[in-house]
Ligand binder design. Structure first.
Ligand SMILES: [Zn+2]
Ligand SMILES: [Zn+2]
Length: 236
């Protein structure tokens, strides 16, 4: 049994873009902040659990792309809780343009729209992760943050009880950006810095007993599906 609830926050509909609220004994942990102006969607998830901004103890950014960190500066102004990112992601939180390596046709077309390179409210994280793992006991959550690079250098995943993990954009599922239909079918996100590092990070999560993978785009996926996806990635 676990007391920890994972609430998916639909930043875009049909699973196209998710953030997550992790709730444990009246305390909330936000994983990713969505695009700019996502405040109301996050507030709605808090109030669903009878919580408000004062209950938000920590916000973790899986990485600094605009669709995950776009509302971080706004959340900082609403909550007393720390904003945490990995040290390799800090330069992008501060405004350096992201490294974009398209994984296919959709990524190349999407890159041309310029949507992911749009400027947003940049910020300095309050807490910078400099180690490979970070225990969240000090924040009151039975969870760990793991450095899982590949999608970006400083990508992290949040390991929860009962084999659950929030893995950001380490993989996606569905079509196009992710979500919509065929949400059980894994796919590479539109951009990925290094596929072999993604494989190593996914294997690391499997070796730690992860069974259910919550994703930024689409998901959740089972460990069995992730294993098959790794085999396909190896052949690329
Ligand atoms: Zn991303
Ligand atoms: Zn994303």
């Amino acid at each position: 049994m676990t007391d920890t609830i994972v609430e998916t926050i639909p930043i875009l509909p049909f699973g196209m873009l998710n953030a997550f609220l992790v709730v444990n004994k009246g305390k909330a942990l936000l994983v990713d902040t969505g695009l700019p102006n996502s405040k109301m969607k996050i507030e709605k998830a808090l109030s669903k659990h009878k919580l408000d901004w004062s209950n938000l103890h920590l916000t973790i950014l899986t990485h600094a792309h605009i669709d995950h960190s776009g509302s971080a500066a706004e959340i900082r102004s609403l909550s007393q809780g720390d904003i945490l990112a990995h040290q390799d992601e800090v330069q992008y939180c501060l405004g350096r343009p992201p490294v974009l390596r398209p994984t296919g046709t959709f990524g190349r077309l999407f890159q041309k729209t310029g949507a992911i390179q749009q400027p947003f409210d940049y910020f300095t994280p309050d807490r910078i992760m400099e180690t490979d793992t970070l225990n969240l006991d000090e924040y009151g959550f039975p969870a760990r943050v793991l450095h899982t690079p590949g999608h970006t250098q400083g990508s992290v995943s949040i390991l929860l009880e009962a084999g659950r993990v929030i893995a950001g954009d380490l993989t996606a599922s569905g079509i196009l950006l992710g979500g919509i239909v065929m949400r059980n079918r894994p796919k590479q996100p539109p951009f990925e810095e290094d596929t072999s590092t993604v494989i190593a990070s996914l294997e690391d999560l499997l070796s730690r007993g992860c069974e259910q993978f919550f994703l930024g785009h689409g998901g959740p996926l089972t460990a069995a599906v992730i294993k098959k996806h790794i085999e396909i990635l190896r052949k690329k």
